[in-house]
Design a protein around this ligand. Structure first.
Ligand SMILES: [Cu+2]
Length: 202
């Protein structure tokens, strides 16, 4: 090759390399994440530092998915993404995904109620926590108790003390003779429990 031709070729190659570098830098490199499912009943998605993913910026991600079990899988869904490993095989897969604004979830399909996780991307807000369990009045059995102890038990059980009537009885004064509703039933929070209390033989 003539020296001049060689120089021309080198210049062309250099120009191509520069153009390639520009193209590569225009789009940031995909961020690496790692998903793992199994061998026990666990499923995780972690970043390169090993922290559980809770929120991410929008962009491209390379997810290395380690499916370590023949009865679990890793299934990722969210805006623009629906990818899963097979349940009955083990293996490592690499997914290139693009995350956009929204909530993404990952589950093991056969055990989706216990093996699950989620994260938000971009400006999406994390979903609100589930409402607390509804508190109910579980009426305690207080017949035979002294009145103060009966009142404490009723209040502690998220019920309230209703009318307290006194009645003559052979039972010691101050003891609960009967109650309504009866012990053991469940009612709305704050339900009044009415009591009949012994005032002795007089
Ligand atoms: Cu599973």
């Amino acid at each position: 090759m003539q020296p001049l031709a060689r120089l021309a070729l080198l210049l062309v190659l250099a120009a191509c390399a520069a153009a390639g570098a520009t193209l590569a830098s225009a789009r940031p490199a995909a961020t690496a994440l790692e998903g793992t499912v199994g061998p026990d009943f666990t499923i995780t998605l972690k970043d390169a530092q090993g922290n559980a993913v809770t929120t991410l910026p929008e962009g491209d991600y390379t997810i290395t998915v380690k499916d370590l079990s023949e009865f679990h899988n890793f299934h990722l869904t969210g805006p623009g993404v629906d990818k899963a490993t097979e349940v009955d095989t083990k293996g490592v897969e690499t997914w290139l995904v693009t995350f956009t604004d929204g909530v993404y979830r990952f589950v093991c399909d056969p055990h989706a109620s216990i093996m699950k996780g989620e994260f938000t991307v971009g400006s999406a807000q994390p979903p609100p926590p589930p409402p607390p369990p509804r508190v109910r009045c579980k009426v305690p059995k207080v017949v035979g108790k002294k009145l103060p102890a009966a009142k404490r038990a009723i209040t502690r059980a998220h019920c309230s003390v209703g009318r307290v009537r006194k009645a003559r009885s052979r039972k010691p004064s101050g003891r609960v003779l009967s109650q309504s509703p009866r012990g053991g039933v469940t009612r709305a929070k704050g339900t009044r429990v009415t009591l009949v209390v012994s005032r002795g033989r007089r």
